[in-house]
Design a protein around this ligand. Structure first.
Ligand code: ADP
Length: 778
């Protein structure tokens, strides 16, 4: 058949588009609808409408439901699918995949003659080489033939796949947005100036305790914390001006009414403008950033601390690359930058092997702390760190995510340590030297520590005692003291130890041969440069032989004075007798001689009685006969007596109020005579002597003041010692043994009193003693 010719014959196909051409070109003779020429007019009319419609149309014709469709429908069949094969073929053959859906609809139209309507229905079809989800809105409607029976089904349809997909997409993105808003716990707002309505989402309504989604913007505005309100208002006003570009991003505080607390929020939004540059919308989100702000503050604080710390603080990756160093660390290392540098580069090369081991260990254990030398790159000098390494683990995986360190610089400490070591070795050396000297010295030398424990005893001591050194080190005493001397030793030493003062003491020690020997010991406290007490060093000498000689001498003095006393007393008696007999004589030489003899006898008597007292003191025989007596009375008597013998002296007594004392009358008399006699004796030029008594509730004080030669400062304490006499051209001219004050002070001490002197050389002396005014015990 000639196609062109045929085409020309069928006006209903004219301008029927691609499908019109295809119908015309197809050889219909062998199809179920037969050649075109045999087609009923109703089919041709239907096809004419179909082909000329711009709306997608499909036609099922005849009992076999033969398929026709127009150009508008064609795209819905896709590429390489049913088109053009399905044209003129049975519907069932080509719509197999959807036949179960559409066949009932077709049947419904065929039997009832009524049209159907389906909207956005998913009817997946085969196209583009696959089954595709295709959405349709369609109507099936009947077409009648010449006999008025329904001969076909019109399908007017439109594919809505795109619509549906965009709708779905929109829904999806809406869902996503909603999800994001929910997940981020955002508040959202939308304000429309035209209506002056402020719309808030649920969360914002909760925060602000709003009555509903749409409110007067002023209500929302009131929720802004008072101090921030003005700032927020200005930011909103600015955003709503066209020049701002609509930007709005501000952080401020609100009072959240749901929890009644102040929270910090960040608002991000924008204003929208129409062509007239008028704002028609202002919307955005609010985020509660309180925790974030707090964390940020904390972070800031932490970083300030880290930055200002003078410790070496740093972080590194697990493969040892430095990720952070604080300024102190950079300074210590002398680095300008830490990028692409490794931990190993910080370490002083000599210490590197040790450091590497530590870093390796850190991958297994979580912490190390070790003294380590790091290197200052600029100076090339090492510095000491107390290197603390910490491994940081990922919370979830527990894998090491980094290495960190905060290490104090112990350079100074190390320096001090070295100095100390050096000082120690110096001390050790000097101590060695000292021991050597001490061991060879002809003195017994011992050292104790601040607790009184023996720390050193020289060789002489050990030889002297005859035991091994070990026995004494660390103990309190040598434990060889004569038991009888312990009290005297403690009496002197205990207060000296307590006051950390120098002391001198004599006591007996048992020697290696079992004999007790007198030693004289002097102890000197030791102090460090900064005044810290370190103990005593004491040196002692064996004075046993001297002591024995002294004893002999004392015995001799005792004996001699005793023996002298009788003849002197006798001479004294006869002198008195002679004086009385020749009182009226005119022989002046005789009278003067007797006077001189009498005076000298008195001196002699007093010397002998002093000597006797001395030996009594030595043997412990000087005992007190205590009684109550009137001290002022005693003083008056003695002053009278002295004046009688020394009429050239004017002795002035200032009598204190009070009188009775409890003491040995005779001995106190002896004390007064001694002091007054000295005042007379040591006043070669002055004739004035003052004596004074002063009573308080507890004691009486007596002063004897002269204007004589006075005493050197350094000798003022010594004059109370036995046999001490000041030396000088004056002093030697005065007779005496230097024992009067010794006895005097002994008497006063025995009374529990005190004695002393204030004197200036060349101006005179002021001797005083005190006696306690205690009542006799009955
Ligand atoms: P003496 O028998 O030598 O006087 P004392 O024990 O009485 O012995 O005195 C000791 C020393 O004290 C004296 O030698 C003298 O140097 C000094 N001395 C004592 N009293 C006085 C005084 N009033 N003025 C100056 N020196 C004094």
């Amino acid at each position: 058949m000639n196609h062109t010719k045929v085409g020309g014959q069928y006006p209903f196909l004219k301008k029927g588009g691609e499908m019109g051409e295809l119908i015309r070109a197809k050889n219909w003779a062998n199809t179920l609808v037969g050649p075109i020429d045999d087609w009923p007019q109703s089919l041709k009319t239907a096809l004419s409408i179909l082909l000329h419609s711009k709306f997608p149309k499909f036609l099922f014709w005849g009992p076999d439901l033969i398929c026709f469709y127009n150009d508008a429908f064609r795209p819905s069949l896709g590429k390489d699918g049913k088109h053009p094969a399905m044209l003129g073929e049975k519907g069932e053959d080509y719509w197999g995949e959807i036949w179960h859906i559409i066949k009932p609809l077709i049947d419904q139209v065929l039997t009832d003659g009524e049209a159907t309507w389906s909207e956005d229905q998913l009817i997946p079809i085969y196209r583009n080489g696959a089954i595709e989800n295709v959405y349709w809105t369609f109507s099936y409607s009947p077409i009648s033939d010449e006999t008025n029976t329904v001969a076909g089904v019109w399908v007017t349809c439109i594919e809505t796949t795109q619509n549906i997909l965009s709708k779905q997409k929109l829904e999806d993105s809406k869902d996503q947005l909603h999800f994001a808003v929910e997940a981020a716990k955002l508040g959202t707002w939308d304000y429309q100036p035209q209506t002056n309505v402020f719309r808030a989402n649920k969360r914002l309504q909760q925060w602000f305790n709003l009555p509903g989604p749409d409110v007067d913007p002023n209500i929302a505005y009131q929720m802004v914390d008072e101090p921030d309100r003005d700032r927020v208002r200005k930011a909103i006003e600015w955003s709503m001006q066209y020049e701002s570009g609509g930007e709005y991003d501000i952080t401020y505080k609100i009072i959240r009414l749901d929890s009644d607390e102040k929270r910090t929020i960040r608002a991000i939004g924008r204003s929208w403008f129409n062509e007239n540059k008028e704002v028609y919308r202002f919307n955005g989100i609010l985020q509660d950033v309180t925790d974030q702000v707090l964390a940020e503050k904390e972070n800031k604080l932490l970083s300030t601390i880290v930055a200002q710390s003078n410790e070496f603080i740093g972080m590194a990756s697990p493969d040892n690359y430095v990720k952070y160093l604080n300024p102190a660390a950079m300074k210590m290392l002398g680095w300008d930058d830490y990028k692409n540098r490794k931990i190993e580069e910080c370490v002083y090369p000599e210490d590197l092997p040790k450091a590497k081991k530590l870093i390796k260990k850190l991958l297994k254990q979580d912490y190390f702390s070790q003294e380590m030398r790091f290197l200052n790159e600029k100076t090339g000098e090492p510095f000491w760190l107390q290197w603390n390494g910490i491994s940081i683990r990922d919370e979830k995986t527990n894998k090491i995510s980094g290495l960190a360190t905060t290490s104090p610089n112990i350079e100074e400490h190390k320096h001090a340590e070295a100095q100390l070591r050096e000082a120690f070795s110096k001390v050790e050396e000097s101590e060695k030297r000292f021991r050597k000297v001490a061991d060879h010295a002809p003195v017994l030398i011992m050292m104790t520590d601040d607790e009184g424990k023996i720390r050193f005893v020289n060789k002489l001591w050990i030889d002297f005692i005859g035991t091994s050194l070990k026995q004494y080190l660390g103990s309190d005493t040598l434990k060889n003291m004569h038991p009888e001397d312990e009290d005297a030793y403690n009496f002197i030493c205990t207060p000296a130890f307590a006051r950390k003062e120098e002391y001198r003491v004599e006591y007996r020690v048992r020697r290696f041969d079992g004999n007790y020997r007198w030693i004289s010991e002097i102890g000197v406290p030791r102090f460090t440069e900064d005044g810290h007490f370190e103990g005593y060093i004491n040196a002692a000498m064996d004075i046993h032989d001297i002591k024995m000689q002294e004893h002999q001498k004392d015995l001799f003095i005792g004996m001699a004075s005793h023996e002298l006393k009788t003849p002197v007393t006798s001479i004294k008696g006869y002198t008195q007798v002679l004086k009385a007999r020749y009182e009226e004589s005119e022989d002046e030489l005789l009278k003067n001689s007797l006077e001189i003899i009498d005076k000298q006898i008195r001196v002699l008597t007093s010397l002998i009685s002093d000597l006797l007292d001395l030996s009594k003191m030595k043997t412990g025989g000087l005992e007190l006969n205590m009684e109550i007596f009137d001290l002022n009375e005693l003083i008056k008597n003695i002053v009278q007596e002295i004046t009688l013998i020394n009429p050239e002296f004017e002795i002035k007594f200032s009598e204190g109020k009070g009188k009775n004392v409890f003491a040995d009358r005779e001995r106190i008399g002896q004390v007064l005579i001694n002091l007054l006699n000295n005042a007379v004796k040591y006043s070669p030029r002055s004739r004035r002597i003052e004596i004074e008594s002063a009573f308080t509730a507890k004691k009486v004080k007596v002063n004897v003041r002269d204007y004589g030669i006075g005493i050197n400062k350094e000798n003022q304490k010594k004059i109370f010692n036995r046999f001490f006499r000041e030396e000088g051209k004056d002093e030697t001219t005065f007779p005496g043994f230097g024992i009067g004050l010794y006895i005097t002070s002994d008497i006063i001490k025995k009374h529990n009193g005190t004695i002393g002197v204030n004197s200036t050389k060349g101006e005179g002396s002021d001797f005083y003693f005190t006696l306690p005014l205690q009542q006799p015990k009955t």
